[in-house]
Design a protein around this ligand. Structure first.
Ligand SMILES: [Zn+2]
Length: 329
């Protein structure tokens, strides 16, 4: 029985994981890539952003796969299902932006033999936002753990990052992930094909015990539990979701998102725009916040679906502010 390479694609909130996946799925490389997407919020924005491309996509909902035990079980079941149903050449797991890959790798030893016999761990690829990740890796334990556990680092957003930001990103990686190979791939199909090969090809993994040691050091005092409370630093990251069928004034939605300032780490989602037949997409990623065209609406109802992740976000206040953006359509 052949072993299907299994890559963990990680990276801080908004680093560019979904963008990288979409490049891989759209590229003309002739490989069948199955994707498992784990989302933090109750709404599956990433899955919608990936669906419609090539490849088989399975969503892992209900919490972060690194620290919620039932989601972890779903992961192994999901891999077994997706390998059985689409015989992929490779399986890629896109983690949540706060997941710690070492905790997922630790779980491999408890995987049923029937699953472990089908997959070959191909490594941890960490997406690093050249504009914003240096600050995140310095200030956020989870971002640091992701970089530290990486076999390979994919640098994203180099085309928009300042030289100072790129230097800072490399300097942080020199310290946190000196052994991980760093790479970037220019836009275009050739670059995307090369990226795909680099991400999915199994290679000898970094020393397992080193990564485990980094992980357990990091974990001290971290309060990780398997009861579903992972990442529960007091006063830390909160995921707020907002759904609304009413049409909203786009620039006011953007203003609400911008008003959250630095407390907001990540925002993404579709917007039912008043007076517009196309859907909007609002996003905060790294240092950028924008509202852009989100393509045609699908067959379902037109509905705003947003996920906002940040420090001490006030869900009720965010809902009130967004409801104030409603218009008649
Ligand atoms: Zn987690």
């Amino acid at each position: 029985m052949t072993h299907v390479p299994f890559t963990i694609l990680t990276g801080w909130l908004g680093a560019g994981k979904t963008t990288a996946l979409n490049r891989m799925l759209a590229a003309n490389h002739g490989r069948r890539i199955a994707v498992l997407v784990n989302e933090l919020g109750r709404i599956s924005i990433d899955t919608q952003l990936i669906l419609g491309r090539g490849g088989d996509v399975l969503e892992l909902a209900g919490g972060c796969v690194c620290c919620k035990v039932d989601v972890k079980n779903d992961l192994w079941d999901g891999i077994a299902d997706i390998v059985a149903r689409s015989s992929p050449d490779s399986v890629v797991l896109e983690t949540t932006g706060i997941a710690e890959p070492a905790a997922i790798l630790d779980g491999l030893v408890r995987v049923p033999d029937a699953v472990r016999d089908r997959i070959l761990p191909a490594g941890v690829v960490c997406v690093i936002d050249a504009e914003a990740s240096a600050a995140a890796v310095v200030s956020r334990d989870e971002a640091r753990a992701q970089a530290a556990s990486a076999d390979r680092v994919l640098l994203a957003k180099l085309d928009v990052a300042s030289p100072a930001a790129v230097r800072a990103a490399h300097a942080v990686l020199d310290e946190v992930a000196p052994e991980a190979e760093r790479a970037a791939f220019p836009a275009g199909d050739a670059g995307s094909r090369a990226m795909t090969t680099w991400v999915i090809e199994p290679r000898p993994l970094r020393a397992w015990h080193e990564r485990r040691r980094a992980h357990s050091d990091h974990d001290h005092g971290h309060g990780r539990t398997d009861s579903g409370h992972g990442h529960h630093h007091p006063g830390q990251l909160i995921a707020v979701t907002f759904t609304d069928d009413a049409p909203l004034v786009g620039e006011r939605v953007l203003a609400c998102v911008e008003a959250l300032g630095d407390r907001l780490v990540r925002a993404k989602g579709f917007v039912h725009l008043a007076g517009d037949d196309r859907r909007g997409f609002v996003e905060r990623a790294g240092i950028r916040t924008e509202l852009r065209d989100g393509g045609e609406w699908g067959p379902g109802p037109r509905r705003t679906e947003l996920v906002l992740i940040g420090d001490d976000l006030d869900e009720a206040a965010i809902h009130r502010a967004l409801w104030a953006c409603r218009a008649s359509g």
